[in-house]
Design a protein around this ligand. Structure first.
Ligand SMILES: [Zn+2]
Length: 307
């Protein structure tokens, strides 16, 4: 059992937006940073999940406690203990001084240990509130092998790239089968999750100003052509059924306009008139028959990073 990791909502949203409008440089950099972070998390999953048995990985957890939003990159539950990981995918040389983290030669960035302490505190408080007795060990894991921490302090909360193997070995040697109580605990923790997602740099946009069109399921591009009941991508040559492509394009609309009501005329317009209102209606009905799992709510956080 594990909770799978998904592409972060903010990244998904910005990528869809990028194809339908011109993003400023700041947002382009944000996309790169999010992609880098997501790449690190997937690297962590591969290394950690590939090495350990008899345990649960709860990934990408989102909670809101007393109006404080926080997120856990990975929570490992084993018979012998619980480990909380904050995953960082930085590269190149860094050093720590007076509890501050600098990129060499001297560019200060936010210290992930502070973020870890905040997450630890909020998670503890939340568990206490629900009377879940859980002890856990928090870590920042620097997953990128090209990361170097010069004059690294001795800190049990930091796992450097060269320490990952040792950390995994120390865990995997002694993991007995997971007792049922831990499965119960995992379920309880998952039930506390929030559907809220933080969008740190929420761009402003309107329906009118965005490019319209049916998007390709493979590359996401709008350079597509309808051929009867198929949609062909002129960029990557991918071919998908009309219905699948329209549903995917509707997903993108819902991602960008979560509070907007779906109507046939909006969908026809959003798909750049590639389909008739009757086809839009038929596909929309199909959509409403499907079980809707989650409806995201967006808000812009007051505090997520320090400079
Ligand atoms: Zn394509």
């Amino acid at each position: 059992m594990k909770k799978e990791r998904e592409e972060p909502l903010e990244l998904k949203l910005l990528k869809v937006l990028k194809r339908r409008t011109v993003l400023n440089e700041q947002l382009k950099r944000r996309i790169m940073a999010l992609e880098k972070g997501y790449e690190g998390e997937r690297r962590f999953d591969k290394v950690f999940q590939g090495s350990l048995g008899n345990c649960l990985f709860l990934n990408d957890l989102h909670f809101s406690h007393d109006s404080n939003y926080f997120q856990i990159d990975s929570l490992l539950i084993s018979a012998l203990g619980i480990h909380l990981y904050e995953i960082k995918n930085m590269e190149q040389e860094y050093f720590m001084e007076d509890n501050k983290l600098f990129k060499f030669p001297r560019y200060e960035i936010s210290n992930p240990l502070n973020q870890l302490s905040r997450t630890e505190l909020l998670f503890k408080q939340m568990l206490q509130k629900y009377e879940l007795r859980v002890d856990f060990n928090p870590y920042v894991v620097f997953i990128n092998p090209n990361f170097t921490l010069l004059q690294a302090p001795i800190n049990k909360r930091i796992i450097l790239p060269t320490q990952i193997n040792h950390h995994l070995q120390s865990l995997s040697k002694k993991l007995p089968p997971l007792p049922p109580t831990k499965f119960e605990l995992a379920k309880e923790i998952l039930s506390l999750e929030t559907t809220e997602r933080v969008i740190r740099e929420m761009p402003t946009y309107t329906f009118e100003e965005l490019r319209k069109g049916v998007s390709c399921l493979r590359c996401g591009g709008l350079n597509t052509k309808r051929e009867y009941r198929m949609i062909k991508c002129l960029t990557c040559s991918n071919v998908n059924s009309l219905d699948e492509s329209i549903l995917h394009t509707i997903d993108e609309f819902e991602l960008l306009f979560p509070f907007e009501r779906l109507t046939t005329s909006i969908i026809v317009n959003w798909c750049n008139q590639e389909i008739s209102p009757s086809i839009a209606l038929r596909i929309l009905k199909k959509r409403y028959e499907m079980q809707k799992t989650k409806r995201w709510s967006y808000f812009v956080p007051i505090e997520t990073t320090k400079k």
